[in-house]
Design a protein around this ligand. Structure first.
Ligand SMILES: Nc1ncnc2c1ncn2[C@@H]1O[C@H](COP(=O)(O)OP(=O)(O)OP(=O)(O)O)[C@@H](O)[C@H]1O
Length: 358
């Protein structure tokens, strides 16, 4: 539904060049909720603004629902009109809602319908239907100042849906909201995704947002996508930074001569008594250093950090056994392993979640 190829954006300001996007290839499938994560300055906002061409990319292509928007943007005097029409199929929700304070809630939702040229009666009917959909049918006549943050964002979402978009772009839609309101707005986005088959591309700096609603996620750093995939794929990828952030397990080894392994259980493997079988089969003592169960993207997932006695070479076979069971295995401390320097993962990667708000 959304594809970018080699998308590049270079800002020029005061004689300096800043490469905000450095060859981004993004693939968002129809009907999925796709989260882009990254620290402040990674290029997330630039990416989302380039997807609907609010920002003109320096190079590369953007294709949304089969239309190459980057080609529309560059073709003569009529191109602007074509691009505007294509954009009506792309809704956008903003962190600070961007509602007009002088207009009522209903008039805010009607605004894009006026631009589309609908009659007064059609506009009113559509706006009231949309307000009903987001649970605000009784607030049509009030002004935004009389609404809570969560209600304002619901109006923002209703307005974004006015052009019957197939794609919704969300730029930190919940980062100005408290946790409870965040949950209800995320639930609304999830419901709209399911009911309307809406494809949602959202940017966020909060892992909890990804956990709650995303089918797929990508991590950005320095204008590039460094990891991407469905959430289950990421969780099953050894060394995935996103998986570690999504689902951290702690626990320190009890000595330098121990092998420490992180195991990810999902799907059927979550219910198998793997650890007791491992201990029995190889007659080894296994210490559990940390463990957690959680629901990620609607699926039950478990993670466990275990310690095996002895250096890596003594544990090659048990680790092979764990891999054969279809578990996600990441060796985080492996004394004696070839190239063992740097395999000590006890220093967890720094959190993504610092200073992401704007
Ligand atoms: N209009 C602009 N002019 C010049 N530089 C810009 C402009 N917009 C963004 N940048 C720069 O591009 C880089 C990426 O910024 P962007 O806002 O896309 O990051 P971000 O990941 O969304 O960060 P945040 O989470 O803080 O919003 C940063 O170095 C930023 O300073």
């Amino acid at each position: 539904m959304i594809t970018t190829k080699d998308l590049t954006k270079v800002y020029r300001s005061r004689g300096r060049e800043i490469t905000a996007l450095d060859g981004v290839d993004l693939h968002v499938r129809e009907g999925e909720v796709y989260g882009v994560l990254g620290r402040s300055g990674a290029g997330k906002s630039t990416l989302i603004r380039c997807v609907n061409l609010l920002e003109r990319p320096t190079a590369g292509t953007v294709i949304v629902d089969g239309r190459e928007l980057t080609a529309l943007a560059g073709r003569g005097p009529r191109a602007g009109g074509e691009l505007r029409r294509a954009r009506t199929r792309i809704g956008m929700v903003f962190q600070h809602f961007n509602l007009l304070s002088s207009r009522t809630v209903q008039d805010n939702v009607e605004l894009p319908l006026e631009i589309l040229g609908l009659s007064g009666r059609e506009r009113a009917r559509k706006a009231l239907d949309l307000l009903d959909l987001v649970g605000l049918a009784d607030k049509a006549r009030v002004h935004p100042a009389q609404l809570s943050g969560g209600q304002k964002q619901r109006v923002g979402i209703a307005r974004a849906l006015a052009g019957d978009p197939k794609v919704l772009l969300s730029d930190e839609a919940t980062s100005a909201l408290d946790p409870e309101t965040t949950r209800s707005v995320l639930q609304l986005l999830r419901d709209l995704n399911r009911q309307l088959g809406l494809t949602i591309l959202l940017i966020t700096h909060e892992m909890d947002v990804v956990k709650a609603v995303c089918d797929s996620a990508a991590l950005m750093r320095g204008g590039r996508i460094t990891e991407a995939g469905t959430v289950p794929e990421l969780l099953a990828t050894p060394g995935s930074e996103l998986a570690r952030e999504l689902f951290p397990v702690g626990g320190q080894a009890s000595g330098d001569d121990r092998t420490v392994v992180d195991i990810t259980f999902h799907g059927e493997t979550a219910t198998q008594p793997v650890i007791s079988r491992l201990a029995r089969t190889y007659t080894i003592d296994i210490a559990v250093l940390g463990a957690a169960m959680d629901t990620v993207a609607g699926r039950q997932v478990g993670r466990m950090r275990i310690e095996l006695p002895g250096p890596f070479e003594e544990n090659v076979v048990p680790i092979g056994y764990l891999r054969e069971q279809g578990l996600g295995i990441e060796v985080v401390q492996a004394p004696g392993a070839p190239g063992a320097e740097g395999t000590d993962g006890r220093d967890a990667a720094p959190a993504l979640t610092q200073g992401g708000g704007r």
